[in-house]
Design a binder for this molecule. Structure first.
Ligand SMILES: NC(=O)c1ccc[n+]([C@@H]2O[C@H](COP(=O)([O-])OP(=O)(O)OC[C@H]3O[C@@H](n4cnc5c(N)ncnc54)[C@H](O)[C@@H]3O)[C@@H](O)[C@H]2O)c1
Length: 381
């Protein structure tokens, strides 16, 4: 940190990662931002667009450098574990996009590196900073859901023609968007899982990961006793439009993500008063609720990035659109990572919570490969 307690941040991997450049640049606790990508065209393009002079084509330059306090990794999945460990070992704080890793040993290696370094690790899970999640979390905190009875998550996305590391990826190795919201609302973690692989995938997609399944569906046992969570994921050859969704069923209120992603409004069911004599079942009313945008939780300088808008109105020739990704979650993620460092506390999605959310999917795939056998999910105490 510089003398004024401001952070010097390196952002690594500029494709999806590019969405975070203006947010860090405008965060009041950030001194400066450096960009890292071996793709020089991406580096020059984003560096030029946002006027960022510090540009590196190799992460090792940043790791060796004393000019950075924190590194945010938005790189391909197979690099997350190795790069997170290297960043932490270099004495820098580390944020990493999902998933934390794709193997249990790698989760443990990141936790060990975090503990040894004493620096912050945060997994940048967009699904728990969407405006919909923030709304449901407030309903839960105010007791409006009543006792939570069932959790459900689903993430459908077609990964045909995505970069090669996606080819045949076990669906549950990228499950955190569907796993995390339910676990976070119920404030619990998975202890065991039964999962089934489903469907038939083209043989050429099996090779890289030895995974034969285009879709996987799991039921998790949770630490909080009588609660279970269903999670379904598909990645290939399944005709379902993209969604990253969660549903929470309480005794008083239930909230479902809309069936069609573009519809936006949550479906909220309210349980009526005690059943009238002679009437079977209680009345349940249904309303559609657009979750409010929570710019009030953010510093004014970055609040506008919860929605898509013009970047740098001061120069109409160079104006372009930025912000609004993943239902407004990006600035909330950056703010939590940055403030956790400034306030010398753990981020909410610290290494342990990140490992719980990620291990749930890793263990689910193990179960699928054993035809649904019960697999214990480690506790990461
Ligand atoms: N909602 C979310 O949280 C969300 C959404 C999209 C992607 N992601 C995650 O973000 C990551 C990146 O996604 P993407 O679609 O941009 O991937 P991508 O593979 O299209 O792009 C990765 C970028 O990283 C760069 N890169 C590759 N190797 C690198 C290295 N060794 N050091 C530095 N940079 C390197 C590439 O040049 C490229 O610019 C993935 O891990 C994905 O899982 C998360």
């Amino acid at each position: 940190m510089d003398k004024r307690g401001k952070l010097r941040v390196a952002l690594v991997g500029l494709r999806f990662g590019g969405a975070f450049v203006p947010i860090y640049l405008h965060h009041p606790d950030v001194e400066y931002v450096g960009l890292v990508d071996p793709d020089r065209a991406a580096l020059e393009d984003l560096g030029g667009k946002f006027g960022v002079e510090r540009r590196h084509s190799d992460l090792r330059e940043v790791i060796r450098s004393r000019d950075y306090d924190a590194v945010h990794l938005v790189t391909p999945i197979p690099l997350h574990a190795e790069q997170s460990v290297a960043v932490l070992k270099s004495g820098k704080h580390c944020a990493c996009t999902v998933p934390m890793a794709t193997g249990l040993a790698d989760l443990r290696a990141i936790i060990a590196a975090q503990r040894k370094s004493g620096r912050n690790y945060m997994m940048m899970e967009t699904a728990v900073y969407t405006r919909q999640f923030l709304y449901v979390r407030e309903l839960a905190a105010a007791g409006r859901l009543g006792r939570i009875q069932l959790l459900r998550g689903a993430h459908y996305q077609d990964m045909e023609n995505w970069p090669p590391y996606w080819t045949g990826l076990p669906p549950m190795h990228y499950a955190t968007h569907a796993v995390a919201p339910g676990l976070a609302i119920a404030d619990t973690h998975a202890t065991a899982v039964h999962c089934f692989g489903s469907g038939v995938m083209r043989p050429e997609l099996h090779g890289q990961y030895g995974n034969p399944y285009p879709a996987e569906t799991a039921i998790f046992e949770l630490a909080s006793g009588n609660l279970a969570m269903e999670v379904t994921r598909s990645l290939f050859q399944t005709a379902r439009g993209y969604t990253e969704s969660f549903c929470i069923y309480g005794e008083k209120l239930a909230v479902e993500w809309p069936q069609v992603e573009e519809e936006d409004a949550l479906v909220v069911f309210s349980m009526g008063a005690a059943a009238e004599a002679g009437r079977r079942g209680r009345p349940v009313t249904t309303e559609r609720v657009s979750a409010p945008d929570r710019q009030d939780l953010l510093p004014p300088a970055i609040a506008r990035f919860t929605v898509r808008g013009k970047y740098d109105d001061s120069n109409p020739q160079k104006t372009f659109e930025a912000g609004g990704g993943h239902h407004g979650s990006h600035p909330h993620l950056v703010h939590e990572f940055v403030r956790s460092i400034v306030e010398e506390r753990k981020p909410w999605i610290d290494e342990r919570r990140a490992a719980w959310w990620t291990a749930a999917g890793i263990c689910a795939h193990q179960s699928a490969m054993k035809r649904g056998a019960r697999v214990l999910v480690p506790a990461f105490d």
